[in-house]
Ligand binder design. Structure first.
Ligand code: GLY
Length: 351
């Protein structure tokens, strides 16, 4: 098992990474939180695969457990499911000394995390990611949210978990498409920060190693420690996300987050060549890695449709937005600009 310690101004916590960690979940949770009553929040897909096993283990370890299950998919990450979770906790007499375990992918972690952040002004939270995307990105760093009618993650809170238990054995049951979503985020880390990881990905035959998961989490912990509230360098993690979120929104969330981010990275890489910010070779290397993983590098939506979606992105601040631009393999930068220039980047990236 590997451990990454995440330090934020108010909280330090461990991200534990290894095969078979679910078996030790009870012991880990007990030793870290000292809590005995918890609600496992999960979706129907993960429920069928992993929830009963986890609940058996937790019950054997003496926990009082409840389970809340919602339909799999981004469409569930809304105010109605969120409100159902809060009412479920209240109905089952959860108090401030109890806890939520978020068992699942990004949608589960974000929404259960937001419920933990807000129920009775905050109860403890353990993240147990079951997808590659959640392991390398969304379960770490305390971003929690739900989507609103007008856009993604528009209501949320920064709320750090007590620990993250990342059992990489669970990734074996992922279907290929969900696995690919996580690969897009791993490519993102490599493109922003780490040429060595990038080269590894070019030669890994499509399989992300536990070492690569550990590397991504280590990179994330450094960024979160420096900028928990996302006002500075943490924004680098939004590489591919401004145009990616727009693609996701235009598809009415039928295109998954990872695929939308992959397309968003490719659009930005093309735009950066045209704007003279990066060399053609590096941008093409990125686009070809995205393709190698079977991820999209194009989008069917028009510049107008996408730009309308960018306008409701929470990264916009009045008339300006911070774009994450690609400079070379392993290096991105922040570029604060006006919305007209953002539109020019979008147009250039779509050509
Ligand atoms: N997923 C990007 C971040 O946590 O900042």
């Amino acid at each position: 098992m590997k451990k990454v310690i995440v330090n934020t101004p108010d909280k330090s916590y461990d991200v534990l990474i290894g095969k078979g960690l679910v078996k030790n979940a009870g012991e880990i949770i007990k030793s870290i939180t000292g809590i005995s009553k918890l609600a496992v929040v999960t979706d129907d897909k993960v429920n069928a695969l992993h929830a009963e096993k986890l609940l058996d283990i937790l019950k054997k370890d003496g926990f009082e457990t409840e389970k809340f299950v919602f339909p799999n998919g981004e469409q569930s990450k809304n105010i109605s499911t969120y409100s159902d979770i809060l009412n479920f906790l209240a109905k089952n007499h959860f108090s401030r000394t109890d806890m939520i375990v978020a068992l699942g992918g990004g949608v589960t972690g974000d929404m259960a995390g937001f419920a933990a952040a807000t129920y009775q002004r905050g109860i403890k939270l353990v993240q147990m990611p079951t997808t590659l995307l959640a392991c390398v990105d969304s379960s770490v760093g305390g971003k929690t949210a739900i989507d609103l009618e007008y856009g993604k993650n528009l209501a949320g809170a920064f709320y750090q978990p007590c620990c993250v238990i990342c059992d990489t054995e669970l990734l074996r049951t992922l279907d290929g498409d969900v696995y690919k979503d996580g690969c897009a985020e791993v490519i993102k880390y490599a493109a922003i920060f780490d040429e060595k990881l990038f080269s590894e990905l070019e030669n890994c035959g499509g399989n992300i190693s536990d070492g690569a998961v550990y590397r991504c989490v280590t990179l994330k912990k450094e960024v979160v420690a420096a900028d928990e509230k996302d006002t500075g360098e943490r924004q680098l993690l939004n590489f591919g996300h401004t145009f990616g979120h727009a693609v996701e929104k235009c598809s009415n969330y039928t295109l998954s987050h990872g695929k939308a981010v992959a397309a968003g990275m490719a659009v930005m890489a093309r735009a950066c060549i045209k704007k003279g910010l990066c060399g053609q070779k590096d941008a093409e290397r990125l686009i070809s890695l995205i393709r190698k993983f079977g991820l999209p590098t194009e989008t069917e939506y028009s510049e107008k449709e996408l730009f309308d979606a960018v306008m409701s992105d929470k990264k916009r601040r009045g008339g300006s937005i911070t774009l994450v631009v690609f400079k070379e393999t392993g290096r991105c930068g922040l570029f604060e600009t006006d919305m007209n220039t953002a539109r020019e980047f979008l147009a250039a990236g779509l050509e």
